[in-house]
Design a protein. Sequence first.
Length: 145
Amino acid sequence: MSEALDWNAQTIAEFRANDGKVGGVFEGAPIVLLHHRGRKSGREYVSPVMYLPDDTKPDIIYVFATRGGAPTNPDWYYNLTAAGDGRIERGTRAYRVTVREVPGAERDRIYAEQARRYAGFAEYERQTAGVRTIPVLELSPAGRE
């Protein structure tokens, strides 16, 4: 687990040092830092994730609970959906967001677009087929900090 924590810490530091840009596997990809509170522990967590901006409302973004194609959802998904809100760092901006799980055909359309842009997402969906449907969350601004 410490390897994943080290990787997250390095990605977060790089993100903040470079106005929201990182290299490595995320190079050139749109990244946000998700701030979420543990639903059991109450601790504050930060998770770097890729996102897709909405086509018509660029302040709305979509994040994907892929967990790298694992058979279970990531903890941040449960924390955000339980709270109904969170905070993100996007580029040099930080703001609160409300959380909505995207249902059915709308979810499928948004996920398909992300998979078209980034092939890894198609692979994650293939890995989870028959096990779980990867959730898509819509994050909308709830006010600036």
